[in-house]
Design a protein around this ligand. Structure first.
Ligand code: BES
Ligand code: ZN
Length: 458
């Protein structure tokens, strides 16, 4: 085994301890109460990058959370890999459903439980430890590496897009390397070559000027909660088809080859149902579960609130009702256009007994990466060398909107080298990450730099 791989094996316990320190910082980007914690996580990373010996480690202030860049570029004739990761995490709520505290990393059966363990602290940290292994063993890095680490991915990266537009030179590279997705299954590494886009909306319905007695006023005054339910119910039909006019107009149909590729994936639907305690699955008619969850557009209510939520009964006709709705988008669809279609359709259903406001939050474009891209081939070889098994190529339903911007602004492809698995429970209570995959992830990352360098020679 190489010096670099040996160094990783010998230091894995220290790497785990460092990851746990990172996980103890509650860097929840959406919650202003945690602004100082998000900064703390940025400082932690900047210190790491400095300690391992990278050049030009810089923390860039933004109107939101900081962006960190760094690099080690010592070759003229080798590719430059830009490593992207995010150090912000989702909120931990509902906290009562966590078996161990979300910001006190706890190891059970080889997995570390904490918010951000997989998404994305554990996964992105692999690419810092892999580079450390080269630099600390005095082994020249086989390729040039640059880093861009942000603290706003979970809120739609509002400051990253302007940053990359203004810093094209600093970020110039041949490809982006990202570990923020999932492998196909445990012990089944895969490279994600497609991600869905996103349009995130909020609906607010306002009725009377105060909450009313539902006996005194019920029957005479429109109920905003009832209106909200009617509007939401009409957004999709029973077959899971979205009813917004124009929603599917630009959707690129799945090619017969793509559908065959989906069929060939070793997906176990029974196991999938079991893992979610479900008897039956649901989705757009005419498509398989994998197609529906990664290559077809969707619409889902993400949050819903109105009226009395406390214990027991309170007879009230609520003055307001609101919902958050996300739409996952596929190639061809434009998030701005879809947001406008959504708003117009919701307004067209609004009765004149209430006021309906529709607000658009963040969005992002979908992406599909060309399977012929040599970076993907190098990544597959690295995975195969470390996991000792064949790699699959799959598309995923989640979104990392910046991937489309890297393509548009920097003109480069991304390699989505996920080390997580669906069982990691991203965004859910009891998020976790396998320490074995943390270890294998670091080794795969290191191996990738070697393979990529060799690819260019041959
Ligand atoms: N890591 C996820 C994205 C992901 C997860 C992609 C699993 C593929 C498989 C990322 O942190 C995330 O949650 N993204 C958001 C994007 C949004 C906030 C703009 C998402 O998908 O909801
Ligand atoms: Zn996430």
């Amino acid at each position: 085994m190489s010096t670099v791989q040996n160094y990783i094996d010998e230091n894995i316990k220290t790497f785990e301890e460092e990851l746990f320190r990172f996980l103890r910082i509650p860097s929840v980007s959406t919650d202003s109460k945690h602004k100082a914690d998000v900064k703390k996580a940025a400082v932690f990373l900047a210190n790491q990058l400095n300690e391992i010996g990278l050049d030009k480690v810089t923390m860039h202030d933004t109107p939101g959370h900081p962006i960190i860049t760094a690099e080690k570029c010592e070759h003229n004739d080798k590719p430059t890999v830009l490593i992207y990761g995010h150090y912000d995490v989702q909120p931990s709520d509902p906290d009562e459903l966590w078996k161990t505290p979300p910001f006190e990393p706890t190891v059970k059966e080889g997995r570390v439980y904490a918010r951000g363990a997989s998404d994305d602290k554990g996964q992105s940290f692999t690419h810092i430890k892999s580079v450390q292994a080269f630099l600390k063993t005095g082994t020249k890095l086989p390729v040039n590496v640059k880093y861009i680490l942000e603290g706003e991915e979970e809120i739609g990266s509002p400051n990253l897009v302007p940053f990359i537009k203004n810093n094209k030179e600093l970020l110039a590279c041949d490809m982006v390397l990202i570990s923020d997705t999932a492998m196909f299954d445990e012990n089944q590494p895969s490279i994600t070559y497609g991600l869905r886009g996103l349009a995130y909306m909020e609906i607010h319905i306002t009725g009377p000027n105060r909450d009313l007695h539902s006996g005194i006023f019920g029957g005479a005054v429109e109920n905003p909660a009832n209106v909200l339910c009617e509007i939401i119910a009409a957004l999709k039909d029973k077959d899971g088809v979205v009813q917004i006019p124009g929603f599917y107009d630009d959707v690129e149909p799945l090619s017969p080859e793509m559908r065959e590729a989906y069929k060939a994936l070793p997906f176990n639907e029974e196991e999938y149902k079991r893992s979610l305690d479900l008897k039956t699955l649901h989705g757009e008619k005419g498509y398989s579960t994998l197609e529906r969850s990664s290559a077809r557009p969707t619409l889902d209510v993400n949050g819903l609130w109105s009226g009395y939520q406390g214990e027991g009964a309170k007879t009230v006709l609520p003055a307001k009702a609101s919902a958050k709705v996300s739409m996952r988008l596929v190639p061809g669809q434009d998030p701005d256009k879809i947001s406008k279609l959504f708003a117009a359709h919701v307004q067209s259903m609004a009765p004149d007994t209430v006021t309906v406001d529709v607000v658009s939050h963040h969005g992002g474009y979908p992406i599909v990466i060309d399977l012929d891209f040599y970076g993907l081939k190098a990544a597959a070889k690295a995975f195969e060398d470390i996991y000792d098994t064949e790699v699959l190529f799959s598309r995923e339903g989640g979104s990392i909107p910046i991937v489309a911007d890297f393509k548009k602004v920097l003109g480069v492809n991304s390699i989505l080298m996920g080390f997580g698995i669906t069982r990691d429970a991203l965004h859910s209570p009891n998020e976790s990450f396998s320490l074995k995959d943390f270890h294998r992830g670091i080794k795969t990352s290191a191996r990738f730099f070697e393979v990529l360098s060799d690819f260019v020679d041959t």
